[in-house]
Design a protein around this ligand. Structure first.
Ligand code: G3P
Length: 214
């Protein structure tokens, strides 16, 4: 399973990159706003830092506007993936962009029917938001299971990015289900490596080492 970081914060991206497990980056307008910086320079920095796919979102609501923005955005680098909202206009834009070999990530996916349409339109990636479904007492990971089963049934090529991750169990369940990608906030990436028994074990080893005759 590929691991993406879900942030626009270049420092978090650099830190995650140093660990050596980072396969790509996803951003969105909320994450861009959190940086408090001009997003063009932020995007350029991210693209310099990361070789893998970097999702950058369009803001137009109509197909023509989305396609225009997407083509401009795609010029920023070979690894740019254009994030397109899951709307009818978005699907039309994905179809056009796919014909031009512009990679797309259909975002704000909350149902299996939306995921089927995105795949049929030619989306490179499809992003179900599991945390936001859990937040309203639905089962986000059950949706991921449905999408993967449907994609397998019909051999759709779109890769599933499990997004809106809230905790390490979302990551583990995504891996068990066989999702292509998980995109995680930096806080959750750090949690993945932690276990109290690892810390206790290390402390005990260091204590015992003091008793070894030197
Ligand atoms: O990648 C989409 C993700 O950023 C949404 O996360 O936590 O705002 O639901 P969240």
């Amino acid at each position: 399973m590929k691991l993406f970081i879900d942030t626009a914060d270049i420092n978090e991206i650099r830190e995650a990159n140093k660990i050596g497990v980072l396969d790509g980056v996803t951003t969105n307008p909320t994450l861009a706003a959190r940086t408090g910086r001009d997003f063009k320079s932020v995007a350029a920095e991210i693209l310099r830092e990361v070789d893998g796919p970097v999702s950058l979102e369009v803001l137009s609501l109509d197909t023509a506007g989305m396609v225009r923005e997407a083509r401009e955005t795609a010029k920023l680098g070979d690894n740019v993936v254009v994030k397109i909202p899951m709307t009818v206009d978005g699907l039309k834009a994905v179809r056009e962009l796919d014909a031009d070999d512009v990679k797309t990530n259909v975002t704000l996916v909350f149902s299996a029917s939306q995921a089927v349409l995105a795949a049929k339109a030619g989306a490179t990636y499809v992003s179900p938001f599991v945390g936001r479904l859990d937040d309203i007492s639905e089962d986000g990971m059950a949706l991921v299971e449905q999408i993967i089963r449907i994609y397998e049934n019909y051999g759709y090529d779109s890769e599933v990015i499990v997004a809106s991750i809230r905790n390490p169990m979302h990551f583990v369940k995504a891996a068990l289900i066989g999702a292509d990608v998980c995109t995680l906030p930096f806080s959750v990436i750090k949690q993945l490596s932690q276990h109290p028994l690892t810390d206790i074990g290390m402390a005990r080893f260091l204590e015992d080492w003091k008793k070894v005759p030197k």
